[in-house]
Design a protein around this ligand. Structure first.
Ligand SMILES: C[C@@](CO)(OP(=O)(O)O)[C@H](O)COP(=O)(O)OP(=O)(O)OC[C@H]1O[C@@H](n2ccc(N)nc2=O)[C@H](O)[C@@H]1O
Ligand SMILES: Nc1ncnc2c1ncn2[C@@H]1O[C@H](COP(=O)(O)OP(=O)(O)O)[C@@H](O)[C@H]1O
Length: 303
């Protein structure tokens, strides 16, 4: 038996960041939107825990127990007092270290896949608790759609979305470390106010209104990401010049995100970004996307 789970990437349409807390994390008003770029995690019984990864960025993914998929399997196995005897294969399509929560997606995907394979009977709330232990963004990868994350981003309130939004993601050459971007935020923003969600942004999501959403998106980590990766300013300019309604850094970056009017506009902006030479790749995706979902449960092939 093997189980395959598909998990989406995310963009933060609002990322409001407060001051550093005593535990080193930052309180957030983090409006997550799941987008249609996916990793797939397949769990198959094995003698011991083993991680493999395929895809263009596979070489950048750790295959040891620091991999979020491995940590998810170990956490679930520990909770249910059983061995984590599973092979997890990650088919990776989400850019690595790009601010699109690819590692978090694999953590949520592995958790759901192992849960189905081991038939633990864990409740949704139990799975969400394990996700929150794995990382601030992991609960959202399980839930998908759109949600407001408060606390360090792990406390979720699901949001209504009234229509499809069409995005382009420009993948940068290189990655950014999330802790380094938060540290740069602290340096640049010594008096950060308490974060709050924007009512105009929540209205725009509810209405499915791309122009209104474009006027309301914001990312408090963007100045920090630009400070550490100044070339991103050229990518943002190229997408804006090509007609994007809004251009912003995705989360801690360095992937940049462009909101467009419709699917055709997204293809035009993606082509212009590719031609601009300011990014490694440009990917089109629509939102909202479904959270972690079992897409296949199959018996092994007969030998
Ligand atoms: C910035 C965001 C926006 O959604 O995502 P990415 O752009 O990295 O994908 C998140 O806040 C990243 O969440 P995630 O990547 O899960 O972070 P974690 O593993 O929990 O924490 C990694 C490190 O990021 C910093 N961190 C994270 C979350 C938070 N609310 N405050 C923080 O200061 C801390 O330095 C922490 O040690
Ligand atoms: N399954 C995974 N996929 C990708 N990166 C992972 C994974 N597990 C752990 N990591 C580590 O997490 C770091 C951040 O990766 P990722 O989640 O892709 O980016 P981001 O946090 O910017 O969205 C990587 O540099 C890598 O060392």
């Amino acid at each position: 038996m093997s189980v395959t789970v598909r998990v989406p990437a995310k963009v933060n349409v609002q990322l409001a960041v407060g001051p550093a807390r005593p535990d080193g994390f930052h309180d957030l008003a983090n409006v997550f939107l799941a987008v249609g770029l996916y990793d797939e995690v397949t769990a198959t019984p094995a003698d011991e825990l083993r991680i493999t990864c395929s895809g263009p960025d596979a070489a950048q993914v750790p295959l040891d127990r620091t991999n979020l998929a491995a940590r998810a399997a170990l956490a679930l196995a520990e909770r249910y007092g059983r061995p984590a005897d599973v092979h997890l294969h990650i088919a990776k399509d989400i850019p690595v270290a790009g601010g699109m929560a690819g590692g978090s997606a694999d953590g949520a995907g592995a958790l759901l896949a192992c849960d189905a394979l081991w038939e633990t009977g864990a409740s949704r709330d139990e799975l969400l608790d394990i996700c929150a232990e794995l990382g601030s963004d992991v609960p959202f990868s399980l839930v998908g759609g759109a949600a407001l994350g408060t606390g360090r981003g792990e406390k979720l309130q699901e949001l209504e979305v009234g229509g499809a939004f069409h995005w382009v993601f420009a993948v940068a050459d290189g990655g950014l470390s999330t802790p380094a971007v938060y540290r740069e935020f602290d340096r640049l923003t010594p008096d950060a106010p308490a974060p709050g969600a924007s009512p105009a942004l929540l209205d725009a999501l509810r209405a499915g209104d791309a122009a209104a959403l474009a006027g309301a998106v914001s990312n408090d980590l963007q100045p920090a990401a630009l400070s550490l990766f100044p070339a991103l300013a050229d990518t943002l300019k190229a997408g804006t010049a090509a007609g994007a309604l809004a251009a912003l850094v995705s989360g801690s970056g360095p992937t940049t995100a462009f909101l467009t009017e419709d699917a055709e506009a997204a293809e035009r902006v993606a082509a212009a970004l590719r031609a601009s030479g300011t990014c490694r790749a440009a990917r089109v995706a629509s939102a909202p996307a479904q959270g972690a979902t079992v897409v296949r449960a199959a018996l092994p092939p007969v030998e």
